[in-house]
Each structure stands twice: as C-alpha cells, then as structure tokens.
Design a protein around this ligand. Structure first.
Ligand code: NAG
Ligand code: NAG
Ligand code: NAG
Ligand code: NAG
Ligand code: NAG
Ligand code: NAG
Ligand code: NAG
Ligand code: NAG
Ligand code: NAG
Ligand code: NAG
Ligand code: NAG
Ligand code: NAG
Length: 748
C-alpha cells in the first residue's frame, strides 16, 4: 500500500491540467449552454443508473439546458469533456448512450456500485484519455478492440470483476498507465500488446495470470512500475527484466517464481521498491545493491534463499524496509547500520543467522519494527538499544540470548515499545526480574514464554496499564496469582499455563473489564503496522491493525491451582477460551458458566471436580472444544446443543458419569429382562434424538465457525502474514483443533 508513484499523480494532474484551462473558460463563459446532443446523452446515461442516485445534483431536470453546471460534468465550448462521478453511490450500469458524448476526454466513475459490462462504445470515444472505472462491480471481458481507445493514456479498471484475457490497446500510441489489479483476469501476459506504447505503469496485481513473466516486457523501456504480484506466475525471471532503465517498482510477490536472482539486478539503479516475497527463489541474494541510491524497500521474505545478508544494502541511504524473513540465510548480521538512518523495519526472522546483535543498529533511531526471531543469535541486548526511541515491535523469539534482567533494564527505556516477544531465550536458569523495572507504559503485548524462568509474577506488570496480551507460559514461575492481574484494565488474553502457580484463583478474574463486556469498541490500535487488509469480492478492504484480533482467553492449565471454579466466570460474556485443566481445582462445575456466551473452548480436565455437569452448558452455542476428563464427576452427561459433538474422551476418567454408551448404574443393567428391554428401547429412542441433536450441533458448530470467522482469519493472518513472526501461533491451533495438549510440544 501507499505504493502509488508520485509520478502517477503527476501524470494524472498533467492530463487533467491540460483541459482544466478549458473548464475554467467554460465557467467564465456564462452564456454557454450545453450541446443538445450531449444533454440527451447525459439524460440517457442517468437513466441507466439506479433510481436512487441523489448525488447527481441538477441531473433530474430534463429541461435544464445548462447541463455543464451539473454535478461532475465539465464542458469546453458547450461540449462535455469531463465526467467525474466518482464516489457518488451510483448503481446501475453505463449506458451505451455514452457514445454520443464524443468530446469526452476524461471519465471517472470510480468507487461506485456500477455493474454489468463496460460498453464497447467507451472504446469509440475518439478523444478519451483518462478512464477510471476502479472499485465497482463491472464484470465480463474488457471491451478493448484492435482500433479502440485511440487516444487513451490512463486506464484504471482495478477492483472490479472483469475476467478473460487482459485488455490490450494496440491502437493506443500514448498508453501510459494501465491498472487492472484486483479482477479475475487470467491467461498469460502478452507483452507484445503492451509495450508498443510508452507504458510507464503496468499494475496487474491480484488476478489469475499464469505462465511466465514475459521477457518481452524488457521492450517497455519507459516502465517505472511493474506489479504482477499475487498471481500464479511460474518460471524464473528472464534477465531481460533487469534491463529496464527507469524501473522504480518491481513487485512480483506471491507468485510461484523459481530460479535464482541474477547479478544484473544491480542494473536497476532507479529501484525504489523491490518485492519478490512469497515465491520460491533459490540461491543467494546477489550483493548488488550498491548503486540503488533510491531504494526504500526490499522484501525477499519467504523464499528459499541462502547465503549471507547482502552487505551492499548498507549503501542505500533511503532504505526504510528490509525484510528477508523466512529464508535460510546464514552468517552474521554484517550490515553497516550507520548508513541507514531511515531504517524503519528490519525483519530477518526465521533464518539461520548467527553471532550477536550489532550494537550499531541503535543508530537507526527511526526503527519501529525489529524482528530477529528464530535464528541462532547469542549474547545480550546491547545497552545502546536505549537509543531506539521509536521501536514499537521487538521479537527475539527462539535465539539464545542471555540475561533477561539486563534486557528488560535496557528495553524499559523505549517509550513506544508496544510488543515485546522474548520467547525461548534466557534458558540458562534465569529468574524473572522483580525490581528496578518501571517502564513499558505503552506495552500491549508481552510474551515471555518458554524461558525456564523461576520466580514469581513480577509486580512491575501492575503498571502496564495498556497491556492487552500477557503470555508467561512454560516457565517455572511459582507463588500465587496476584489479584491485581485481573484488574489490569486492558488485559484480555492471559496465558500462565505450565508453571507452578498455586493458591486459589483471584476473584478479580471474574470482573476483567474487557473480557466481561461484549464488543471491543474501545480498544485502541496497537501499532500503525498494518496487519491485514481483507478484501472481499467488491474489492473493499477491512483493515486489521489491532491486537484485539486475539481471542479473549484465560489459559491457566498445568499449574498447582486449588479451590473452586468461580461461578463469577459466568460474567465473562466475551471470553472465548477458558482453560483450567491440569490443576487441583475442586468442587462442582458452576451452572453459571453458561453465561460465557462467546465461549469456544472450555477445558476443565485433570482436576478434582465433583458433582454433575450442569445442563445449562448446552446453551453455549459456540463451544467447539469441551473437556472434563479425569475428574470425579457424576450423573448424566447433558444432551443437546454442542454436547452431541463431543467425544467420549472428553468425559473419560469420571467413573460415576453416565452416558448412553456407558451406563454408570451397573445394578440397573443387571435387573430383570423386561426392564432391561425397556431400557434398550429407551436407548434407541434417545439415540435417535441424539442424532437429531448431533445434526443440530453440527449446524451450530457451522454457524459458530461462520460467525467467528472474521476474527479467526484475522488472527491467523496476524500470526503469519506480515513481516512478523508473531507469538502464540500454537494458541490458534489450540482454539481450532481438538488435540491441543500435543501442540504444546511445539511451543515457540
Ligand atoms: C463563449 O461561447 C460562445 C459560444 O457559445 C463562443 O463563441 C465564445 O467564443 C465563447 N467565449 C469564450 C471566452 O470561450
Ligand atoms: C419541462 O418541459 C416540459 C414540457 O416541455 C414541461 O411540461 C415541464 O413542466 C418542464 N419541467 C420543468 C422542471 O421545467
Ligand atoms: C477519480 O476520482 C477519485 C476520487 O474519488 C480520485 O481519487 C482519482 O484519482 C480519480 N481518478 C483519476 C484517474 O483522476
Ligand atoms: C467518498 O465519499 C464519502 C462521503 O460521501 C467520503 O467520506 C469519502 O471520504 C469519499 N472518499 C473518497 C475517496 O473521496
Ligand atoms: C487505480 O484506482 C485505485 C482505486 O481507486 C487506486 O488505489 C490506484 O492507485 C489507481 N491506480 C493507479 C495506477 O493510479
Ligand atoms: C500477443 O498478442 C498479439 C497481438 O494480439 C498476437 O499476435 C500474439 O499471438 C499474442 N501472443 C501470445 C503469446 O498470445
Ligand atoms: C548491467 O550493466 C553492466 C554495466 O554496468 C553491463 O555490462 C551488463 O550487460 C548489464 N546487464 C544487463 C543484463 O543488462
Ligand atoms: C516460510 O517459508 C515456507 C517455505 O519456504 C512456507 O511454507 C511457510 O509457510 C513460510 N512461513 C511463514 C510464516 O511465512
Ligand atoms: C542451519 O544451519 C545448520 C548448520 O549450521 C543446518 O544444518 C541447517 O539445515 C540450516 N537450516 C536452515 C533452515 O537452513
Ligand atoms: C511514539 O509514538 C507516538 C504515537 O504513535 C508518535 O507520535 C511518536 O512520534 C513516537 N515517538 C517516537 C520517538 O518515535
Ligand atoms: C511445560 O514446559 C516445558 C518447558 O518448560 C516443556 O518441556 C513441557 O513439555 C511443557 N509441558 C506441557 C504439558 O506443556
Ligand atoms: C465487502 O466489504 C465491505 C466493507 O467491509 C462490506 O460493506 C460489503 O458488504 C462486503 N461485500 C461483500 C459482497 O461481502
């Protein structure tokens, strides 16, 4: 995003300015009335639109001969030259009467709900230079013909439902910008129909193009932007591509490109953005960035690249983003950060890099995102990190860093740090630091899992008023869970599992404000990192920049907790996951738990609970995982609702628990034949009812998945789509799969 070349704006401005003078002239020439043929065509055009188009001021009066003053209409000498009806909530389609507006120079209908075919008459407008139909619902093939669009310079039909082969404009000698992204065009890319004109921007992103990146594109010598990302392109990059002298943006990410990157890449000295991520490129990264003085962003993430980090990246003074995540790069981080004052994102997670963090990185005071996760780095967090005043996201997960206390001492000075992920480090037997830490006022996500830490929940967490997500699972922490933890206003995801916490659950956990209120309107954006844009078929996007896509959860399993399960949990209507398994909780399962109406996972297994399973729990319509195995429960297993979907294993290890398959009243079973027979009949009837219940349960499960989908997708994407190796991948697995004890084994 934000990838529009300034030059495109310049171009549009230039094209529009060309007749802007004329437009102004029209306003000066008050006596000018619009051409009667144009008036008629405009009226026919408006008839083609839906009825409710109130945005068209003036358009409803058919006697009005001053149509040049109508909304969105520009004239020159009484002829309509411009039609800008963008973002006017228009529906309907484009009438073929547009053919009569034969003086049109620019049409902008973007951001409406127009549908149907784009009429072939558009291509017959002799003077049309700008056509913007972007963000509508147009479908079918695009009507470009051999002699169509003779004067066209800019075509933007992005984000519609056009299909078929990509349009080409053989008659257009001046085509400069062609944006067809976000449609369902398919087939190969035919460069011979594109490169005859002085094309500067080819944006074919997000379609279904297949085949190779055509080497003929090298004849588009004026090309400034080539975006073929998010298609199904295969094959390797022809080295011809590296001969485009003016190329500033090369975006080929999310295809299936293979082969290695050529040294000739270095000839693209004008490059501003290079994105080859999410392909299958192999070999080493050519160390040829030395001449790319304008380079701002390099993304080669998720390929199969090996070798060392290209040191010549140090020569790109404007560089803001380096993402080389998820490759097999090795060696040390040998980049001279002194020459990268603008660096904002440095993501080298999931590689095989070794050595220490270069202290010099601290000169990059604009650094916001630093991901070093899943490498073989060692040593301490350099003292100089105090200088990284802009740092917002830091992940060190899965390295061998040491001395947590000094790391926290340093990092607490960073005023803007919102996400800190330290999982799987400091494993030499360190203790959770308790004293001398007071910063972290902006912290929203703190993950310090699987570090073998001893000690207690540190009191300095109390002052982390912005904290949303806390994961200190898989350590050896002990002591009670302090009541103030439940009072942290913004905390809605707590994972304390697999420690040695003891004592009872603090009552404050039943009053957690975010968990117990429905909806999440008040949650603030965590970071201005864009986590996700979900586009639906209309091309509109839902943006997720929020930690709030985490499911509200309380995960306290595998500890030494005792006492009752608090009936007050029933107030937590927004809680999605409650896991109290593998503790020593006792007493009954409170029937009030049915108040947790969003609950998807309820795990109470391996405790000392007694009494019966409250039938009120069948009201939990979203429950997809339920486990009460290995307790001392008795009585009948409730039927109906989601309960029909749970398996025997979820109830195992409760000797006095009755189900249809396993009777608990042994004595009853051995009574006289008649009664036994009756029982069999009863069983049959119940089992029919059960099947009905099962179908209903499936339906509910389905609807649960359906409705919960948005956050689930968001969360998955949050975990693995962007620059970051996010924490808690396994938590998603837990929520969505049944066998979750196993997943713990792959805790990050
Ligand atoms: C005003 O319009 C008339 C025709 O309607 C034309 O003859 C005249 O040249 C125009 N004046 C200007 C300043 O454009
Ligand atoms: C438009 O003209 C028709 C007849 O030519 C007339 O009946 C009608 O009232 C006029 N409408 C307006 C808004 O002037
Ligand atoms: C069309 O109008 C929109 C405003 O809704 C504007 O952003 C866009 O730049 C215009 N298109 C062209 C080609 O000028
Ligand atoms: C579209 O119009 C709405 C209001 O009608 C406005 O809020 C929005 O900013 C406009 N969008 C663009 C891109 O002009
Ligand atoms: C085409 O239109 C879309 C949506 O209006 C816009 O985001 C994009 O920048 C435009 N393409 C070009 C090349 O200007
Ligand atoms: C590309 O288009 C030209 C002109 O329409 C045509 O002659 C040629 O066969 C096409 N090439 C491919 C590979 O489709
Ligand atoms: C790249 O540039 C060098 C000279 O700087 C030239 O020798 C070489 O042929 C160019 N490579 C390509 C593929 O154009
Ligand atoms: C990492 O790359 C591999 C292939 O190289 C891919 O299968 C996997 O999905 C990628 N992981 C992430 C988190 O992007
Ligand atoms: C990382 O390096 C080790 C040797 O040091 C090698 O065995 C391993 O396969 C490498 N891993 C990757 C993902 O390249
Ligand atoms: C910290 O974040 C705030 C809000 O996002 C921003 O205005 C400020 O410039 C940042 N401070 C630094 C040092 O980057
Ligand atoms: C608990 O954490 C340890 C590492 O600290 C891990 O080895 C073990 O598998 C975890 N146990 C469970 C049940 O998750
Ligand atoms: C697409 O997303 C927009 C905005 O999120 C929404 O209003 C619209 O209903 C969605 N359209 C479809 C077809 O899902």
């Amino acid at each position: 995003m934000g990838g529009n070349c300034c030059f495109v704006h310049f171009l549009v401005a230039a094209v529009l300015a060309h007749f802007h003078g004329a437009v102004v002239g029209q306003y000066l020439n008050q006596t000018t009335h619009c051409d009667p043929a144009d008036l008629e065509a405009l009226l026919a055009f408006s008839k083609g639109l839906g009825t409710d188009d109130a945005g068209l001021v003036g358009w409803e009066s058919p006697n009005d001969t001053s149509c040049c003053s109508w909304t969105g209409v520009s004239c020159d000498l009484g002829r309509v030259v411009g039609l800008d009806l963008s973002n006017k909530s228009l529906s309907g389609g484009i009438s073929s009467s547009i053919a009569s507006l034969d003086s049109l120079v620019a049409i902008n209908l973007s951001r409406n709900s127009l549908r149907g075919q784009a009429p072939v008459e558009l291509g017959r407008l002799p003077g049309l230079r700008v056509l913007d139909l972007s963000v509508n619902l147009f479908s079918g093939g695009f009507p470009a013909s051999e002699d169509g669009f003779p004067a066209i310079e800019l075509v933007n039909i992005s984000f519609n439902r056009f299909d078929g082969p990509h349009p080409s404009f053989p008659a257009a000698a001046k085509l400069t910008v062609l944006d067809i992204s976000g449609n369902t065009f398919s087939g190969g890319i035919n460069s011979s129909t594109l490169c005859h004109a002085p094309v500067q921007v080819l944006r074919f992103s997000g379609n279904g193009f297949s085949g190779e990146v055509p080497s003929g594109l090298s004849r588009c010598k004026a090309l400034v932007e080539l975006s073929l990302d998010r298609n199904d392109l295969t094959g390797d990059l022809s080295s011809n591509l590296y001969t485009l002298p003016k190329l500033r943006r090369l975006r080929l990410q999310e295809n299936q490109l293979t082969g290695s990157l050529d040294n000739a890449l270095g000839n693209l000295s004008q490059l501003v953005q290079l994105d080859l991520s999410n392909n299958r490129f192999t070999g080493s990264i050519p160390d040829v960035f030395g001449k790319m003085r304008w380079l701002e962003s390099v993304n080669l993430a998720t390929n199969e690249l090996d070798g060392e980090l290209p040191a010549s990246l140090s020569s790109c003074p404007l560089l803001r983003v380096i993402s080389l995540r998820n490759n097999s790069l090795s060696g040390e981080i040998a980049i001279d950060f002194n020459l990268l004052p603008k660096l904002n994102t440095f993501d080298i997670g999931t590689n095989n890099l070794s050595g220490v963090i270069p202290p010099g990185i601290a000169v990059c005071t604009e650094l916001r995102t630093l991901n070093l996760a899943r490498n073989k780095l060692v040593g301490e967090i350099p003292e100089s990190f105090k200088e990284l005043r802009s740092l917002s996201y830091l992940s060190l997960t899965g390295n061998s860093f040491t001395i947590l206390a000094s790391a926290l001492q340093v990092l607490q000075h960073l005023p803007n740090l919102t996400s800190l992920v330290l999982t799987r480090n400091f494993r030499g037997g360190e203790t959770m630091p308790v004293h001398g830490i007071s910063g972290f006022k902006s912290m929203q996500v703190l993950v310090l899992a699987n570090c073998l830490l001893t000690g207690v929940i540190p009191p300095w967490l109390q002052s982390l008023g912005s904290l949303n997500v806390l994961d200190i699972s898989w350590n050896k922490l002990n002591g009670n869970i302090p009541p103030w933890l439940g009072k942290l206003d913004n905390l809605f995801y707590i994972d304390l599992s697999n420690n040695s916490f003891s004592g009872e659950l603090p009552m404050s956990f039943t009053q957690m404000s975010l968990i117990s209120t429905n909806g999440s309107s008040e949650r603030s954006p965590t970071e201005d990192l864009l986590l996700l844009i979900m586009r639906n078929s209309t091309g509109q996007g839902l943006q997720y920049n929020q930690v709030s896509s985490f499911p509200p959860s309380l995960i306290l399993s595998n500890n030494l907790l005792v006492g009752p399960i608090l009936s007050g949990f029933g107030h937590l209507v927004n809680l999605h996951v409650l896991d109290l398994s593998w503790n020593n909780f006792s007493g009954p399962i409170p029937y009030e738990l049915s108040g947790m109406s969003s609950l998807e996972v309820l795990n109470l297994a391996h405790n000392d609970l007694n009494g019966s399973i409250p039938s009120s729990l069948t009201k939990l319509n979203f429950l997809s995982k339920f486990d009460v195995s290995y307790n001392n429960l008795s009585g009948d297993i409730p039927t109906g609702g989601q309960f029909s979907t749970f398996s025997d294993e979820d109830f195992a290890g409760n000797s006095a628990l009755c189900s249809l398959w396993k009777s608990c009243h042994q004595a009853v079973q051995s009574e006289d034949e008649d009664e036994h027979h009756d029982m069999d009949t009863a069983k049959q009837i119940t089992s029919i009812m059960l099947e009905v219940g099962f179908a209903f349960g499936l339906l509910m499960l389905w609807s649960a998945l359906y409705f919960v989908r948005p956050w689930r997708i968001a969360y998955f994407r949050l975990v693995d789509s962007l620059l970051l190796d996010r924490p808690c991948v396994w938590t998603v697995v837990k929520v969505t799969s049944l066998g979750f004890r196993k997943e713990n084994e792959v805790h990050p």
